[in-house]
Design a protein around this ligand. Sequence first.
Ligand code: A2R
Length: 310
Amino acid sequence: MQDLILTGPALPSAMEALEKEFRVHRYWEATDKTAFLKSQTNTRFVASSGHAKLDGAMMDQLPALEIISNFGVGVDAIDLKAARTRNIRVTNTPEVLNDAVAELALALMLATCRRIVDADAHVRSGKWPNGNYPLTGELTGGTVGILGLGRIGKEIARRCQAFKMQVVYHGRTKQRFEPFPYYDNLIDMARDVDWLVAVVPGDTGTIGLVSREVLEALGPTGAFVNVGRGTLVDEPAMLDLLKSGKLGAAGLDVFAEEPKMSPEFWDLPNVVLSPHQGSATTKTRWAMGDLFVRNLLAHRDGNPLITPVV
Ligand code: A2R
């Protein structure tokens, strides 16, 4: 049996599969990380739970390392350049989570627009008999700008069309075969839409992409939804604009330093908060775990990687 370092807790189904095929060493449980890594100089496999930082310095402590299999599509915790220069392969779990993340994006849009969380609290607190709940907006007829019309972005676009919305998008490149209008400038798109939905990765020059200027362009009647990465938005600026009403509303699944965030978010009535639940369904997490393990097995058995990043 080969040795494998697991950086953080895995789902029971993935754990069972890993333990059947590898001798699993639990990095997150080691109190002395340096001593742990020193004991792993012959280890060729790393299974990353997606959160632990894997930088060049750590890779250097594992001279036999050949592959890092990441649980999740976002690989921003892994230094890909460092992996490439050391001939370390990296895999992720794309596609299998598209529907779940797209569903959550729509759920956040609906909850934000129809004020579902606040309306639920209104009923539970017994206020309904004293008067009707205030009128809300609706998605129908609105325009949504998708920042990142990739695998997940396209699923969000389809669902928005089903809600009778107009779809436009921004990315670094215009996609020839997509029917949606393209904006090469994010501020221009933000100015023209009712909803800005962000689903770009955290590792492709996206830090702070949704700047104060972008959010101001979205404006008091606009809403921002983030199911990508917390780092892609200027979070303090967003908080400031939500507090002053210069940004209408937000539905947020990701945060720059999650699970930490400013408690000021908790008091805002125009915000719906979610604890990074995009792919967190039983079915999708099982499929992610399956792909996460199968990439490791493919490498071990000399087969082509199923979903390589590097
Ligand atoms: O820029 P393009 O044309 O390569 O489009 C990609 C876009 N994107 C960006 N857009 C603007 N500025 C950037 N600096 C930038 N970097 C990337 O994001 C593409 O349309 C989209 C990413 O699509 P996929 O690679 O297919 O990723 P997927 O599977 O949809 O997942 C997106 C992210 C994950 O990395 C996680 O962070 C999160 O959603 O769950």
